[in-house]
Design a binder for this molecule. Structure first.
Ligand code: ADP
Ligand code: ADP
Length: 246
């Protein structure tokens, strides 16, 4: 079965001169444990596809249609409140800048504990802290028992992105949307982060939509790749096939 299924997504911006079609009939699916890379030049519609899946597209001045199914349940058109719950529990998000996902005023442990306890209210504080430390360990933070009390600014960029991945995993989501997760990182650590993402999604059976403009990241990380151009999905298939085609 598919974890995610997107059908006939269309997004339009009406303006004085007519209508700009930002997404033009985009359909795709991702199976559990599968990483779908989404590539395309700037403006191709990659981010907008991710936003549509998360129900973050509805704004005045744009028209969206199509269907989004998560684990066999239709989730487009839900209320903001219902969608917020789904984003908190079933869809994790990782963005280019880890600091957008972290609160500078709280230790990483406090943020993990807060997320863990929202997801599992029955857990006591000590147990939630234990789980926070285990998550930091799982994403490769050295000395997690000490680092759990550190604040976001005390981590390097790569370590911060590891913390963000731990936060995304804290609720055991079915789907992770990673939008340019390595773009802001040193080239030397990009492969560590994509390798981590790949290992974790395979272990947990999490579906990943990996948005990037970097073909190298796709070649190393994705199982299948979708190529977008001017709002359309022009090709989708196994990485070996798509990256070789002219
Ligand atoms: P990508 O992530 O591939 O760089 P986006 O999904 O951000 O592309 O953008 C897709 C298209 O939507 C672009 O052509 C962009 O210009 C257009 N777009 C985004 N926001 C608006 C807006 N508020 N009004 C009009 N067009 C927009
Ligand atoms: P308490 O010890 O009273 O249970 P905390 O000291 O953990 O609470 O947090 C104090 C307040 O800050 C609480 O209202 C809690 O919801 C909020 N809080 C804790 N962590 C975060 C966070 N990462 N982001 C936003 N609010 C938080």
């Amino acid at each position: 079965h598919n974890c995610l299924e997107v059908r006939n997504l269309v997004v339009e911006f009406p303006n004085r001169h007519g209508t700009l079609r930002a997404l033009d009939d985009v359909s795709l699916s991702i199976r559990p444990g599968e990483i779908l890379g989404v590539v395309g030049e700037s403006g191709a519609g990659k981010s907008m596809t991710g936003l549509a899946i998360q129900g973050l597209l509805e704004r005045p001045g744009r028209i969206a249609s199509g269907e989004v199914w998560l684990e066999g349940r239709r989730i487009d058109g839900l209320s903001d409140r219902q969608m917020e719950k789904i984003r908190g529990k079933e869809i994790g998000a990782i963005f280019q800048d880890p600091l957008t996902s972290l609160n500078p005023l709280f230790s990483v442990g406090a943020q993990l504990v807060e997320t863990i306890r929202q997801h599992m209210p029955e857990l006591g504080k000590a147990a939630a802290r234990g789980r926070a430390i285990a998550l930091l360990k799982e994403v490769g933070i050295p000395a997690p028992e000490e680092r759990v009390d550190h604040f976001p600014h005390q981590f390097s960029g790569g370590m911060r992105q590891r913390v963000v991945i731990a936060l995304a995993l804290a609720v055991n989501p079915r789907l992770i949307i990673a939008d340019e997760p390595t773009t802001a990182l040193d080239v030397s650590i990009q492969a560590q982060i994509t390798g981590l993402l790949r290992r974790l999604c395979k272990e947990h059976g999490t579906a990943v939509m990996l948005v990037t403009h970097d073909m190298g990241v796709i070649a190393e990380t994705a199982d299948r790749v979708a190529v977008m151009y001017a709002g359309r999905l022009i090709e989708i298939g196994p990485v070996e096939t798509v990256l070789k085609s002219p």
